[in-house]
Design a protein around this ligand. Structure first.
Ligand code: IPE
Ligand code: IPE
Ligand code: MG
Length: 245
C-alpha cells in the first residue's frame, strides 16, 4: 500500500513524458457506490477534466489524450449516450475559455462526424477557438476505436495509392502513423487507467506499442492531480529499453 504523497516538486522535469493518455473509467461505479444514477458519475467525471488538463500543462507536458467515448460505447442505453453527449456540450460551453487562456489546442481523435448536431457544432467552435494555441495539445477521443483508426488508415493509404500519390515501396511503420488521427504527435509515453480494469479497451492500439502503463483502483471521478503526479513519478522510475539492453 502506497502512503507517501507525491507533489509536483517530486517530478523530475528533465524526464517528462511528452505524451500522457488517460482512460477516464469508473464513472458508473462511482455513482453506483453512492446509490445515484450513472449520469451523476459522468457529470462528476466531467468536472475532473479541466483540473487534470491544467495540471498536465502546468507540469510541462505537451500532449494529453483523454478517452471519453469509444466506438463500443454505442452499445450503452440511449439515455446514457444522450447524457454523455450533453455533458460534452456542457464541458465545451463551460471550459472553452479556460482552454483558450491556457494556450491549449483541442483536437478530436475518432469519427466525430456521426455525433449529434449540437456536440458537433460545439466541437467545431472549440477547435476554431483554439486552433492557434501551441502550449499544449488536448486530444479528446470521441467515437474512437484503435481498430477503426487502423482500418481507416488502410483505406486512406489505398485511396492515396490509387490516386498515384503513394508508392507501395515507401509504405512503412511511419506511413501508418501519419494516417492515424494522431498524425504528427509523439506516441503516448504513459497510459493511465483508473477504475481497476487492466485493459486497453481499444485505445491507441497502434500508438501504444511501447507505452508504459499505470493502473489504479481509484475511480475517475475521484482522480485528482496527486494521482497524476504519482503516475508520472512512477513512470520516471521505469527503465524503458525499447528492445535494447
Ligand atoms: C467511463 O466510465 C466513461 C465512459 C465509458 C464514457 P464508465 O461509464 O465506463 O464507468 P464504469 O466502468 O461503468 O464504472
Ligand atoms: C473505456 O471504458 C472507454 C472510455 C473510458 C471512454 P469502458 O468502460 O467502455 O471499457 P470496458 O467496456 O470496461 O472495456
Ligand atoms: Mg467502464
Amino acid at each position: 500500500m502506497i502512503t507517501e504523497k507525491i507533489n509536483k516538486s517530486d517530478i523530475d522535469i528533465t524526464k517528462l513524458p511528452k505524451h500522457v493518455a488517460i482512460i477516464m473509467d469508473g464513472n458508473g461505479r462511482w455513482a453506483k457506490k453512492r446509490g445515484l444514477p450513472r449520469h451523476f458519475g459522468h457529470q462528476e467525471g466531467m468536472n475532473r477534466v479541466i483540473d487534470i488538463v491544467e495540471a498536465t500543462k502546468d507540469i510541462g507536458i505537451k500532449y494529453l489524450t483523454l478517452y471519453a467515448f469509444s466506438t463500443e460505447n454505442w452499445k450503452r442505453p440511449k439515455v446514457e449516450i444522450d447524457a454523455l453527449m450533453n455533458l460534452l456540450v456542457l464541458f465545451i460551453r463551460r471550459e472553452l475559455q479556460r482552454l483558450v487562456t491556457n494556450g491549449v489546442k483541442l483536437n478530436i481523435l475518432g469519427d466525430w462526424s456521426v455525433l449529434p448536431d449540437l456536440p458537433q457544432k460545439e466541437i467545431n467552435r472549440a477547435i476554431e477557438a483554439t486552433k492557434d494555441n501551441s502550449d499544449m495539445v488536448l486530444n479528446i477521443a470521441l467515437n474512437y476505436g484503435g481498430r477503426q483508426e487502423i482500418s481507416r488508415a488502410v483505406k486512406l493509404i489505398l485511396e492515396d495509392h490509387l490516386r498515384g500519390n503513394i508508392d507501395v515501396d515507401v509504405i512503412g511503420e511511419d506511413t501508418i502513423s501519419q494516417y492515424l488521427y494522431t498524425n504528427g504527435q509523439p506516441d503516448p509515453d504513459l497510459i493511465i487507467r483508473p477504475s481497476g480494469e487492466l485493459r486497453l479497451s481499444n485505445f491507441l492500439t497502434y500508438q501504444s506499442a511501447y507505452s508504459e502503463f499505470w493502473f489504479s483502483d481509484i475511480l475517475w471521478p475521484d482522480f485528482d492531480k496527486t494521482q497524476l503526479y504519482r503516475a508520472i513519478f512512477d513512470y520516471q522510475k521505469r527503465d524503458r529499453r525499447f528492445g535494447g539492453i
